[in-house]
Design a protein around this ligand. Structure first.
Ligand SMILES: Nc1ccn([C@@H]2O[C@H](COP(=O)(O)OP(=O)(O)OP(=O)(O)O)[C@@H](O)[C@H]2O)c(=O)n1
Ligand SMILES: C[C@](O)(CO)[C@H](O)COP(=O)(O)O
Length: 247
């Protein structure tokens, strides 16, 4: 490792600009509460607890950057680590790109983490960061699937014909944080079109450039709060953690 590389730092980008349409009406999803605390605050705390992370860039709803800054300041996040807030874009891919543009020059490793995964365990964040620092250009945490998956011919109405059953043992359900060498992720965001062919995760964009991506173990508690039932599960997991801390 060169002296220059040794001085590079690790930052997290947290896209939090989504509406949360699948969760139903209400405030932008990242600002909805879990155990009385906004999901975004849970996610920021989890990333700031990671050993390697020195900076978190929060990508706020496009018209909500000031509100998000005030919200984070009011929750007394740890000192000694920096938080930047920037406005996001129309898609997740746009929001991550805007977060990347805010990174200072000394950042060499980037973790991209959904605000919608508020309960990610810190050990998992550390493991993703460590895998990048040990030389992998792109790392995704993921879990084996519990359900069998069918490929279909999508239809707006009526039964959908099944065209195949992928071998489940070869499939993984991907979570965040996904970790990248900064230059790799920036190249992907510069070269993969945001419209039409937009990607649903960052690693997918890196794959399209032919750069190797590796999987490390994910965690059941790093699930994404997407639909109303996910919020019920998240409240239960948080209550269990709080009860365990009381013992
Ligand atoms: N324009 C967008 C869309 C999504 N996200 C973020 O990307 C993460 C994962 O996205 P998802 O869970 O799909 O959130 P939403 O897009 O808000 O959900 P929905 O599709 O139900 O509206 C979330 O933290 C979300 O805030 C973002 O920063 N900018
Ligand atoms: C990035 C992600 O959370 C990995 O599972 C997921 O792809 C986000 O997808 P969504 O369509 O924004 O829920």
């Amino acid at each position: 490792m060169s002296t220059k590389e040794a001085n590079l730092t690790t930052a997290a980008v947290i896209p939090a600009a989504g509406r949360g349409v699948r969760l139903g009406p209400g405030a932008p999803k990242a600002l909805r509460t879990l155990g009385g605390v906004p999901m975004l605050v849970h996610a920021v705390r989890a990333l700031l607890r990671a050993r390697a992370v020195t900076l978190v860039v929060v990508v706020a709803p496009p018209d909500g950057a000031v509100e998000v800054r005030l919200l984070l300041d009011s929750h007394g996040l740890p000192e000694g680590k920096e938080i930047l807030v920037v406005p996001g874009g129309a898609t997740r891919q746009d929001s991550v790109r805007l977060g990347l543009e805010a990174l200072p020059d000394d950042v060499g490793t980037v973790l991209v983490h959904d605000a919608a995964r508020p309960l990610v365990p810190v050990d998992m964040v550390d493991a993703v960061a460590a895998a990048v620092c040990e030389g992998a250009p792109a790392v995704v945490p993921a879990l084996p699937l519990a359900d069998t998956v069918k490929q279909v011919e999508p239809r707006d109405h009526g039964p959908e014909p099944v065209v195949g059953t992928p071998e489940r043992a070869l499939l993984r359900a991907v979570q965040t944080p996904q970790g990248f060498r900064r230059d790799v992720l920036v190249s992907a965001h510069l070269r993969v079109p945001a419209e039409g062919e937009g990607a649903t995760d960052d690693a997918g964009m890196v794959e399209r450039l032919g750069t190797p991506v590796v999987v490390v173990p994910g965690h059941e508690e790093a699930f994404k709060v997407t639909r109303p039932l996910d919020l019920v599960l998240a409240e239960a997991v948080l209550a269990r953690r709080r009860a365990a801390d009381d013992f």
